[in-house]
Design a protein around this ligand. Structure first.
Ligand code: CA
Length: 368
């Protein structure tokens, strides 16, 4: 199959040459071969994703990535996208790409924490870096090299391929006025954020997206986080909860990832390898800008049309969560040598980028 793909690529190149030669008018009788690259000569890839098919922004960005690869390679690679559960269950995307069932995947690194705990640093950590800072670390601060090294034993190559930007703290049916109000709070909040809530006395619950609305509406849970206004409005969460709190301290700029089977990638000609990796980079920026562009209109609809009670988490609550987050992140960093290495790089970069952003971005946002 793979050797056949190589052969196809060689044939394509030969036909392209013939086509070019024919345009130049130098074709001779001995080179009489089909001048059109047939669809059959495409390299066919599968992309499995953790999202429901066509899920707004997250799923549609995976579709865009596939389209872009097709367009940039002029059809030499055709990527078929599968929603979560279509080819493999959502949380088995990493394994599927690792064993080559699919050549590509789209999801986020914290979904694989059961397999690679330290991968969480490459998605988001509570009170960690925002989207702009994460991308700076990944592309220009050594983050990408560490991420590549982390997935290497699995035969998987990572690429940043999207960002949610700062999320919302979530939907609540209980007011949060003090640290005391976190005690006994039953909230759907996965990952490290959930661990932080648990240390604050709450009860984190892990529920799939499809069950959020009913659980919140029925009172089975008091609160849930999801993404941000654009996704939350589409989900109808305002019909199930009274208060919409910000900021999303637990997911300050979640990086989505594209993962590529290393062998499949290396079998591509160099130009196609470069296209695949750079298409991911385009989508990484595109998703972030799409969220920035659409979130405020959705927030406006939530507040002005649906009369949602928009609230900021009190300072003392945020301070408490911040202290606990530091503990949780440091514990994650002490789990193994690899986690420590990633944390040291992440933390060093965060400190220096924070120092700069404190006098640039933050000051500007305060005065504009
Ligand atoms: Ca979230």
């Amino acid at each position: 199959m793979i050797a056949a793909d190589k052969e196809r690529v060689r044939n394509m190149k030969r036909r392209d040459f013939i086509k070019t030669a024919a345009i130049g008018g130098v074709t001779t009788g001995t080179l009489a071969a089909p001048a059109i690259v047939s669809a059959k000569s495409s390299i066919k890839w599968k992309m499995v994703t953790t999202w429901p098919k066509n899920f707004p922004v997250l799923g549609t960005s995976a579709n865009k990535l596939a389209e872009l690869i097709g367009e940039m390679t002029d059809g030499r690679i055709k990527v078929k996208v599968y929603g979560g559960g279509e080819l493999v269950p959502a949380l088995e995307v990493f394994d599927a790409v690792s064993r080559g069932t699919a050549q590509m995947g789209h999801g986020s690194a914290y979904y694989w924490k059961g397999k690679v705990e330290e991968a969480q640093f490459f998605s988001t950590v509570p009170f960690g870096m925002n989207a702009q800072e994460m991308n700076a670390w990944l592309y220009h601060g050594g983050g990408m090299e560490l991420w590549t090294e982390t997935y290497e034993p699995f035969g998987v190559v990572p690429a940043a391929a999207g960002n949610t930007m700062v999320q919302m703290a979530g939907w609540f049916n209980k007011e949060i006025n003090s640290v005391e109000d976190l005690k006994g709070l039953k909230m759907r909040i996965p990952g490290l954020g959930g661990e932080v809530l648990s240390r604050a006395g709450g009860t984190p619950v892990n529920l799939p997206g499809a069950e959020l609305f009913t659980s919140l509406k029925s009172g089975a849970i008091d609160a849930t986080e999801w993404v941000g206004p654009y996704n939350d409005l589409a989900f109808g969460l305002h019909k199930a909860a009274k208060y919409y709190y910000y900021p999303g301290w637990h997911e300050p700029g979640t990086t989505l990832e594209a993962i590529i089977n290393k062998k499949a990638l290396e079998e591509l000609p160099k130009d196609l390898q470069s296209i695949v990796m750079n298409a991911c980079r385009v989508v990484n920026q595109d998703m972030a800008t799409e969220f920035s562009a659409k979130n405020n209109a959705a927030l406006d609809t939530l507040v002005n049309k649906h009369k949602v009670d928009l609230r900021r988490l009190p300072d003392d609550v945020l301070e408490k969560l911040k202290g606990l987050s530091e503990e949780v992140v440091i514990e994650l960093a002490s789990k193994n040598k690899a986690a420590k290495k990633i944390f040291d790089s992440y933390n060093k970069f965060r400190k220096q980028v924070k120092a700069w952003h404190d006098i640039s971005e933050r000051e500007y946002l305060n005065v504009r």
